[in-house]
Design a protein around this ligand. Sequence first.
Ligand code: NAD
Length: 692
Amino acid sequence: MGKIFATDKTIRMGIWGLGRGRAFIDQCKALNIEIVAGCDLNKTMCDDFRKICPDAFITQNEDEFLACDMDAVLVATYFFAHADDAIKALNAGKHVLSEVSAFFTPAEGVRLVEAVEKSGKVYALAENYADQFVKKLWQDGVFGELAYAEFDYVHECRPLCYSYLYGDPMIPGNTAHAWRSWLNFHYYCTHSLGSAMEITGTRPVKVYAPPSDKTLPGYLPGSEMGAMKPSFVTMDNGGIIRNLMGASTADSHTRKIWGTRAYVDLSSANPIVRLGQCGRSTAMTLDQPKDEITELASKAGHGGGDFYVLYNFANSLLNGAPEPWDIYRACDVTLTGIMAVKSEYSGGIPIDVPDFRDKAVREAFRNDHFMQMRLDPKKIFPDDQDIKETSHFANIMNDLDRAWTFRGVPLVIAAVEGMKLYPYMKDVASKVAVQTKVQELLRDLPSLVDTFRQAKYLMEKYAGSPAAEALRSLCESAYPEKFENPEAFRAELTGWLMHCNLSSTPQLSMSADEAVLEKVQVPECPEGFALRKFREGDEEGYVALMKSAGFYQWDARNAENSKKTAINGGIYFVEEIATGRIVATAMTNLMRTPSGEEKGELGWVAVHPDFRGKHLAEIVSLAAMKGFREAGYKWICLLTDDFRIPAIKTYLKMGWKPIIKDEAMNKRWERIYKRLGMKLDTDAFNNNKSKN
Ligand SMILES: NC(=O)c1ccc[n+]([C@@H]2O[C@H](COP(=O)([O-])OP(=O)(O)OC[C@H]3O[C@@H](n4cnc5c(N)ncnc54)[C@H](O)[C@@H]3O)[C@@H](O)[C@H]2O)c1
């Protein structure tokens, strides 16, 4: 890849705030930017940064950082601190690239504009959501003027109220995040309004926002983060933008613009346009031409936006190019968010967005310190708290709300509500998703019961405190009565799994042919375990194992049946030597199809949940496959379900292939391969029919 800028000049840049701040590092080299310093109060952030930039000067002290020999500072500190931090950097003689938004109060905005003007340095806001391709088309006049637009930035991040970006619970654990635990989402309007402004070249002049306070459970009382925050913004050409910010039950990033000549929808990867200036025009999908710049951008975060932020900043510093998000545009977007909060607090009245280019207008806001009601995230328990107890709060919240991996309360709600809606689910994928959630909830139930118990203790002991209220609302949303009686809850879930079925949808099947069977070698058991065949008296342990592994319908009759259908007595067990307990099993089943055909089937593979991760399923399966080979079988099959992803992964590893007889089955397998991060070999399609 060649150089983007025709100069050898380098910008020495420091990053202040090493969470989000780190996201830009990969793009720097191609843009003549050298990262020479990093600063964060948090030691883990510093240590992680050191791994990426070992030669940079790294410090937890901002004065040491600002004293560094560097041209520019990327400010990615706390949301409410950007103005003060940018001013400190400008005063230290650095150009500033500031994360969104630019400031928190109008008075800070006045100070920031004056500091930028006085410094003569470049100031840029790191607004990163505009689509550069559509911006260019807009400038070419394809869409006419902005008439109306709908832009959303709805992004639920509740776990970040109580944990760091890297996933660990907040330290100390009796506190919440510095701003994510309370910020009114209107302040964050840059990601939606900013992109509409940049594409259409318009400027906001008035905003009105209705009061809206339906906050999700689990947020601290008084937090304005977990709610939907809609506003209407009038632009300087008379066009209107419906700007929806918020955090709620479904993320969305709608971006639709109705121009006076044509319409464009940027909500998905490729822009969709409707041409012809009439309502019935056909939707047409565009593809952006590729070049060196778009190639680099495609590797950066936020759909390439992170690249353009740096590109524009560097272009400004190296070539004097105009910065699209200079201090005045930064004021336009930031002030709209602030005025939206003002409007919301005033019952939804329209409020003018001041233009800080005008010194007289600025003057009127010099002492305007308006800001939302703020919580103190360090005081969420009473002063006389027992810190040994309350320091577990962030940990408990982290366990209750693992939204990123869909565990905790999100899993409980999705499983229980999913069971209710299951009869109405139209496609197999949706039904499989519910079955998977119920299985996962069963897996997590013991630890969740314990977490609910710990939450209850804090809730009752510190009743009325903000932390206890957050815990209470979160737990109440997830059927706490079920956690009072976990055995009944387990029985409810297992009972449902036993009786739910995928109606007329057949199970998935896989096959292993002669070549696979010939290669079978049974590995040694791990130390403390032994492989053996079924012995009389094993029935009870066999049934217990099957139930523990999720085959809840299994009983003594199944065990008797397996004994009858096992080819050459081929029920294989792995036994824990110390206890004699059977912990894994598989069998050589003689399966009779409804048409009377007989097939060798690898049957009833199961591993006790306490013994997973030791490759025991592989050992018993390979033992059974060897049994088939010795009995003269040259082709065998197995049946499985869409949600048994770990088991399918093991079968694929052993050489089993999907049996795919039609397009519907192909789709199901495609989904499974995607979840495994693999690509389905289409040769398997229709090539795998029974040969037995
Ligand atoms: N444009 C985007 O797409 C985007 C995405 C994420 C975050 N952001 C913005 O970036 C900023 C940082 O966000 P984040 O997600 O990293 O969360 P954050 O607020 O948790 O991170 C701020 C980091 O700065 C450090 N810090 C704060 N004050 C400091 C000081 N005085 N000296 C040294 N270090 C200090 C903190 O320890 C923390 O690691 C936020 O303002 C956010 O709005 C923008």
